[in-house]
Structures are given as C-alpha cells and as structure tokens.
Ligand binder design. Structure first.
Ligand SMILES: N[C@@H](CCC(=O)N[C@@H](CS)C(=O)NCC(=O)O)C(=O)O
Length: 202
C-alpha cells in the first residue's frame, strides 16, 4: 500500500505532479497535512510520519520514504511503464539518476546559498555555484529539448521546480527560460496548481 503525504504549494507538489504525469493516482492514497509556513500559519502535523514533519513523505507498506529524488526513483521503479523515466539499467537511466541526485545534492543547495548570500571556499569547492550549475543545464538543453534529450522525464519535473517557484532565479538564458516555461505549461502541473490553490483557499 502506498500513502503520499502532501501539503499544497510546497515541495510535495512536485510529487503530486509526478503522480498526475504517471497516471498512477488510483494506486496511492493521498493525505493532506499541514506544515509550518513562512507567514507563521500552519504547523507540524502529528499525522505526518516524516521524521522532521516535512513533505513529501511516501509510506510504502509501513516504511517511510523521504526526499523527492528517492520518491521519484521509487515510484518510477514501481511503475516502470509510466513513461517518466528510462528503462532501469540502461545508460539513460544512469543519466536520469544523475540529474535527480545532482538536483538534491548541488542545484538546490547552490540556489539556497545564493539566496541567503552565503559564500565560502568549501562551498565553492564542493558545489561550485549557481552559474556553474546553469552551465550544466545549458549544455544538456542545447542537445535537448529536455534534460535527457527527446523525452520529458521526471528529471525535468524535479530540476525545473525551484525556477517555477522563484522566477527571479531563472538564469538569463533563453534555452533555460524556454525549458522552464515548457515544464510549467504541462497539463499535469496545471491540474496540481489548481487543486493546491483550491486547498489553500479552503
Ligand atoms: N529535501 C527534502 C526537503 C523537504 C522540505 O523541505 N519540505 C518543506 C516543504 S517546501 C517542508 O516540509 N517544510 C516544513 C518544515 O520545515 O517543517 C525533499 O526534497 O523532499
């Protein structure tokens, strides 16, 4: 049994979008939980099994799976015919895993450091910076149109996320800008945005 813990307009919206893209909604039970919001509203939800009270969390037969990249890998492995990931064990799958882990391990940290105005030689040595990250995106999209080439995948879904949320952070590069817009326009994302907005209004 699969249960997804989601809070509207948060990082778990990416997983809700994945579920829509993969057309696997019938296979999951979605539970809406609260999280603390920057405006002071919300709060940790005792119903959320995430060890830090965050979202997303996926519970599979009683085991809690956290981190978007891990949840994406798990769901695309459980439902390999959904078209959102390459076939496991192929070179393309290796590249796919690389984008997901690069997102969690490099892109999101460098964007947070940049936003917070933090620089340090250790940070630079470990992660480089947002400019270097943007150069990697550009190199992939120049072959594109998607990160893995011809086909949209869950890598595009995850990696474009912070740019959709913080439009001012999108690198000034038409290739990246157009890719972000194409990701944002996907019907699955539009559907989740509308459902999230309705939940927030309620
Ligand atoms: N590294 C986690 C980050 C999850 C995360 O930070 N989620 C935020 C929502 S945008 C959250 O739940 N925050 C609530 C809190 O900080 O208590 C992932 O990628 O899944």
């Amino acid at each position: 049994m699969l249960t997804l813990f989601h809070s509207p307009e948060s990082r778990s919206s990416a997983i809700m979008t994945l579920v829509e893209e993969m057309r696997i909604a019938d296979w999951l039970d979605v539970r809406i939980v609260t999280i603390p919001r920057v405006d002071g509203s919300g709060g940790r939800d005792p119903a959320n099994p995430h060890p830090e009270g965050k979202v997303p969390a996926l519970v599979h037969d009683g085991l809690v799976i956290t981190e978007r990249a891990a949840i994406i890998l798990h769901l695309t492995t459980l439902f390999p015919d959904s078209g959102l990931s390459p076939k496991i064990g192929t070179a393309e799958w290796g590249a796919f895993v690389g984008w997901l882990t690069w997102y969690q391990g490099v892109l999101e940290p460098v964007m947070i450091f940049e936003g917070a105005g933090i620089t340090h030689p250790w940070i630079e040595a470990t992660f480089r910076d947002h400019k270097a990250a943007a150069a990697r995106l550009r190199a992939a999209l120049a072959k594109g149109p998607w990160l893995l080439g011809e086909h949209y995948s869950a890598a595009d879904l995850l990696v474009h996320g912070p740019y959709a949320f913080f439009p001012d952070a999108v690198p000034d590069d038409p290739l990246i800008r157009d890719w972000v817009e194409r990701c944002k326009a996907r019907p699955a994302r539009q559907k989740v945005l509308a459902a999230d907005a309705a939940r927030m209004a309620a």
